[in-house]
Design a protein around this ligand. Structure first.
Ligand code: ADP
Length: 301
């Protein structure tokens, strides 16, 4: 559904996408992950034909982009990072008006609205005004709006940023429904739990380059020790210098927490016994650990 090969994009002196390649087969959910400024949005914009690349090739839904971007975009639903619903229209009207952009007749658009409102859990809000909706409702309406042309492919830019946990779960639930229907989803997210939960494959991008790509489970198995012990509390630095650094296969002190990565947690746990001031959280490594290992813990703007 999407093939990106050697994509390059330069802004001024800076090449912000430096030879990115990936493929998304039909029916899969693909997550593009990376710190701020990594080049994710630029990559997605190139894929949609909204930004013209300097090099490489893109094929979306079998069509070359940007050459046939308009035809390709007719097969794509886009959920932007910030909801841009029209406040002058009701919930239902927002869907109808958007359908008209895609060339649907008033009647066709209206016929789809009922189904989409049901999909979004907004059936009783058809006549509500946009400002009366919660953040979660707006997100679901934006998702429903992206579905007005019944697209086989969806692009979502940070679909659950700013939502509370209940609202996030509802959005995940709807995205899973769309995947079950055989649609293809391409998303960016800063939430590693979201990527781990939804994505068949993830690509981690940094400084315009894809530095790792695989299924989330495989990536964790491949890139990182299976167990993490997080240690915090009074006397952390002394314990870290004497034991943590030595007993872990990889260890990092970040703020007031030590992250100790290992295969066998026993020696580390034993070294903490008899030290009531130190607390330890023993857990399985996750995608966030991989992300931080590969992209570092330094803040990005
Ligand atoms: P991400 O989505 O991963 O945060 P972006 O693709 O938005 O990254 O940005 C990558 C880099 O390109 C950043 O340094 C950003 O400032 C720069 N950039 C993005 N769009 C433009 C633009 N239109 N003009 C100049 N620089 C841009």
């Amino acid at each position: 559904m999407l093939t990106v090969d050697g994509l390059r994009k330069r802004y001024g002196q800076t090449e912000v996408v430096r030879g990115a390649s990936f493929e998304v087969p039909a029916g899969q959910c693909f997550g593009l992950l990376g710190p701020n400024g990594a080049g994710k949005t630029t990559t997605l914009r190139c894929c949609l034909g909204l930004t013209v690349p300097d090099g490489g090739s893109i094929e979306l839904a079998g069509l070359p982009v940007p050459a046939q971007a308009r035809a390709a975009r007719a097969l794509v639903g886009v959920v932007p990072q910030f909801d841009n619903l029209d406040p002058d229209f009701t919930v239902a009207e927002n869907l109808v008006v958007f359908g008209r952009y895609f060339g649907l007749s008033q009647r066709e658009a209206s016929a789809r609205v009922e189904r989409l409102l049901e999909f979004a859990g907004l059936s009783d809000k058809a006549d509500a005004h946009i400002e009366s909706l919660s953040g979660g409702m707006k997100r679901r309406l934006t998702l429903a709006r992206a579905m007005i042309n019944d697209p086989p492919i969806l692009f979502l830019d940070e679909p659950t940023t700013g939502l509370d946990p209940q609202a996030r779960h509802l959005v995940w639930d709807r995205l899973k429904m769309l995947l079950t229907e055989g649609r293809t989803i391409i998303l960016t997210t800063h939430f590693m739990d979201e990527a781990q939960r939804l994505c068949d494959r993830v690509a981690i991008m940094d400084h315009g380059v894809i530095i790792a790509e695989d299924g989330p489970r495989r990536l964790i198995e491949r890139e990182i020790e299976p167990t993490v012990i997080e240690v915090y509390g009074e006397g952390l630095e002394a314990w870290f210098a004497a034991h943590g650094r030595r007993l872990a296969e990889r260890a990092e002190l970040a703020g007031d927490t030590a992250f100790c990565y290992c295969h066998d947690p026993e020696p580390l746990m034993r070294s903490l016994e008899g030290d009531p001031e130190l607390r330890a959280l023993h857990r399985a490594a996750n995608l966030e650990d991989v992300f931080l290992k590969l992209t570092g813990r330094d803040l990005r703007d």
